[in-house]
Design a protein around this ligand. Structure first.
Ligand code: MIG
Length: 804
């Protein structure tokens, strides 16, 4: 080889190496239409465009020669669109139509613009930047419009829901006593909602590596998202209704399973309740004091030297007996399970894991050991199906002992706040990869293993709570917002964080009521927090070791009395809660919803102040007090009429109000037309045979409500053992009519009567139930509420007419 040729070659190689440092995706060189997708070859990348649904399009780029064969951890939905893609070529561009969206793909350079059918621009790549690769790092720059707003991104410690002007990192992190804006935290959900002109779309970046979302932080030109490695694989989900965006996202990543009803009750935790006499006395206090409670948690001290799947023989000599006794009192017990398995050669879990090759290892085949509660520990490789199956068997052991659920902690995975080494290898379902790829899905796959164990070894529904998570965690587990602080700041975060996580596809969420650490809540703060918690999907009090307990009876008598009422209201509302959970399993929408989810066009619902308000489902608005010393509350009611539950009067919406808020009051408003099912209070779910359902109705125009019911504890519903009852109400100048109809019958319930409470209703001239005058004793008028109460022992089809 001549010297000049060699130099030329060297130059080319150097240039290539230099180029590999940073490059844009480049121009489109060729394309190939396949079933359900089009493959474009770009100068520096491959791009596949898939039509998933008419409102969901997937864009997948790689700067490698081929796409990764490893399946997604998050996406469980198989595209409905397998056919030919409707694409035409025009000068300088391709146009793909999904029926609902038009995707414009410019050739040189390759740039994506998404339009709706009427050619309104919804989302576009930045003209100059688009997609780029910086060595292994991937980035996508999108045009930022001045009227554009962002929401979502999962667990972010923001006391605001609008995400503009900040950069967020996705990297599951154990950060105790975090403060506002601390980022990242335990859960990573690389999904956000964009909104312009009150029209919403969503983008989900399906990449488990450490990722970054810069939502116009220090740039008014673009926003960008990307990851340190992997593919730029993202889904565009059109609304324009925000609810449709979230439903689309959860169609892709899956939805919550229907939990057992008891998991919607009050749950009590502390680090830690031990020995067993303490657990018994806590349980006894709840019952003696008539404060409802369904669950007691066992934190790390129940184990033998923090060895998972063991019990400390001195503190808990006979766990089966204890759990059985407590079960008879209506208590469900949930122990903590951390991922670290103590590296102890005499410990069965360590021995089995080594024997069966279930732990994460270094590239030289030696086991990785990290330091956590048990001391030096092995980490199960949950990305290996054998590990998940083994873990499931261990979970079954706990179920046999009588536990009702599992609490996963330290699963970021956390190694005493240190960095888990990137060199540690995981199976990745046979595709082999390192910690960088698996870190964010470690908790997801641990939850996967646990959920699989639940379902394989038990017919009952069980509850799983996880600290960490990734997109799709809602399929397996609830989350709580980790180690919060007893502070005013965290009282506000107890509203905004669950709301934010709910917008990101995880509906089952709540905070440690009263604050986990960092001082003690005052009585006021505790009550205000409990009120927020009682309207959060996950309702649990918990506190750290060496802090005061967060049981209601750890506070003074007056506080206890208020707390009892707050918790009792939750129990009265259980049929309502259960129905909203059911709805969420069907739609993927949050249970606890920001105002703008139902009033997307109402600008007041986006204001800083109204962000602490929310609705449960569509019809019950909660305006909690978020400053513990406040005696008044400024709140916004969206357009329409509302029934002020606390003050028994109707109020007009579309206005800001200032109301007085005594400590025992959680401001609650029923939306016009709204119906709220309730039942008598119990000290735990299933304490009593509930014979009567009360339906509270605020009649207005035409409205309807569908109630789902089943046994509340098994999977028999999936074989059709459930009921759907439809309530329709019509109100005009002459009459109010209510009809009740079973639309699905598959479950034998115990109901023998209904009580219908018509709010804001005058005493009618005449009442007819199924065309007959009712027995006068079954009709009452409550002056203080302006409410008409009608009871009936009919539980089949009912028609009630109230003539005005
Ligand atoms: O290193 O298990 O967030 O809820 O009480 C702390 C003890 C470990 C952190 C959890 C917290 C739990 C605590 N855990």
């Amino acid at each position: 080889m001549g010297k000049s040729l060699l130099t030329a070659l060297m130059l080319i190689i150097c240039a290539a190496a230099l180029q590999a440092k940073f490059e844009f995706a480049g121009e489109i060189k060729s394309f190939k239409a396949e079933e359900g997708r089009v493959e474009f070859v770009l100068s520096n990348a491959l791009l596949n465009v898939y039509i998933i649904d008419s409102n969901i399009v997937r864009f997948r780029y790689t700067n490698r020669d081929r796409f990764s064969p490893a399946p997604s951890y998050a996406v469980v939905y198989k595209s409905a669109h397998a056919g030919k893609i409707d694409m035409r070529e025009e000068a300088g561009k391709f146009l793909i139509s999904t029926g609902e969206l038009i995707i414009e793909i410019k050739k040189d350079p390759c740039r994506i613009t998404v339009y709706d059918k009427a050619m309104n621009l919804l989302n576009a790549d930045d003209d100059s930047f688009g997609v780029s690769f910086d060595e292994g790092e991937i980035r996508c720059h999108k045009k930022l419009f001045t009227d554009e707003r962002f929401f979502g991104l999962g667990e972010k410690a923001d006391d605001r829901l609008v995400k503009n002007g900040s950069q967020y990192i996705m990297w599951n992190t154990d950060y105790y006593a975090y403060t506002s804006r601390q980022d990242p935290l335990y859960v990573s959900i690389p999904f956000f909602i964009g909104m312009r002109n009150h029209k919403a779309y969503g983008i989900f970046l399906d990449n488990t590596y450490k990722s970054c979302f810069n939502m116009g932080a220090s740039s008014d030109r673009y926003y960008w998202f990307g990851a340190e490695k992997g593919e730029l694989d993202y889904y565009f989900i059109n609304g324009p209704d925000m609810r449709r965006v979230i439903s689309g996202y959860t169609k892709l990543t899956g939805r919550m399973e229907l939990p057992p009803v008891w998991a919607l009750g009050y749950q009590q935790s502390r680090w830690s309740y031990y020995p067993e006499s303490t657990v018994r006395s806590i349980a006894k206090s709840f019952r003696e004091k008539n404060i409802p409670c369904d669950v007691i948690y066992l934190d790390i001290h129940y184990m033998d030297g923090y060895r998972v799947f063991t019990w400390d023989k001195n503190r808990f000599p006979d766990p089966e007996k204890l759990l059985g006794d407590l079960k008879n009192e209506g208590f469900k017990i949930i122990p903590i399970i951390d991922p670290g398995v103590k590296a102890d050669e005499n410990y069965f879990a360590a021995k089995e894991g080594i024997e069966k090759d279930l732990f994460a290892k270094y590239p030289d085949g030696k086991l990785y050991r990290g330091e956590v509660w048990p001391g030096w520990s092995y980490f199960p490789d949950f990305t290996k199906s054998e590990t998940r199956a083994w873990w499931g068997e261990k979970i079954a052991g706990l179920l046999n002992t009588g536990v009702a659920g599992i609490w996963n902690d330290m699963n970021e995975p956390s190694v005493w706040g240190q960095a888990f080494p990137d060199i540690v290898q995981f199976d990745d379902n046979g595709f082999k990869s390192d910690h960088k790829k698996i870190h964010n899905v470690f908790a997801l796959e641990m939850a996967h293993a646990t959920r699989d164990g639940f379902k394989k070894y038990s017919r009952e529904r069980h509850f799983l709570l996880s600290r960490a998570g990734y997109a799709g965690i809602q399929r397996y587990s609830a989350n709580w917002t980790g180690d919060n602080v007893s502070s005013e700041e965290h009282l506000r975060l107890a509203c905004t964080m669950p709301l934010n996580i709910g917008l990101s596809g995880q509906p089952f969420i709540g905070s440690d009521i009263g604050g986990f650490m960092g001082g003690e809540p005052t009585n006021e703060m505790y009550i205000r927090w409990l009120q927020i918690g009682s309207f959060s999907p996950f309702f649990r009090g918990h506190s750290a070791i060496e802090t005061k307990a967060r049981e209601p009876f750890a506070f003074n008598e007056e506080t206890q009395n208020i707390a009892r009422k707050v918790i009792q209201l939750r129990y009265k509302l259980l049929p309502f809660w259960y129905n909203e959970f059911y709805n969420s399993t069907q739609t993927g929408l949050p249970v606890m919803q920001p105002l703008f989810l139902n009033f997307q066009d109402d600008e007041n619902c986006y204001s800083a102040e109204s962000q602490y308000q929310f609705t449960i489902g569509e019809n019950l608005l909660v305006a909690p007090v978020v400053v513990s010393t406040d005696k008044t509350k400024k709140l916004y009611l969206p357009k329409g009429k509302w029934y002020d539950w606390m003050n028994n009067r109707t109020v007009n919406g579309g206005e800001w109000k200032i109301i007085e808020v005594p400590l025992d009051m959680t401001p609650l408003f029923i939306r016009e037309g709204g119906m709220i099912p309730m039942q008598e209070v119990q000290n735990y779910t299933d304490e009593k045979e509930i014979k009567q359902l009360e339906l509270v109705i605020f009649p207005a125009g035409k409205s309807n409500y569908t109630l789902y019911e089943d046994d509340g504890r098994t999977y028999r519903y999936s074989a059709g053992e459930y009921n759907l009852t439809e309530f329709k109400c019509e109100s005009d100048d002459s009459a109010i009519k209510l009809t009740v109809q079973r639309t699905k019958s598959g479950f034998q319930n115990r109901r023998t009567s209904y009580l219908f409470t018509f709010l804001n209703t005058v005493m009618p001239k005449r009442i007819k139930i199924n065309d007959k005058e009712p027995d006068p004793v079954s009709v009452k008028y409550d002056d203080s509420r302006n409410a008409l109460l009608i009871g009936t022992h009919d539980t089949g089809a009912i028609s009630i007419v109230l003539e005005k």
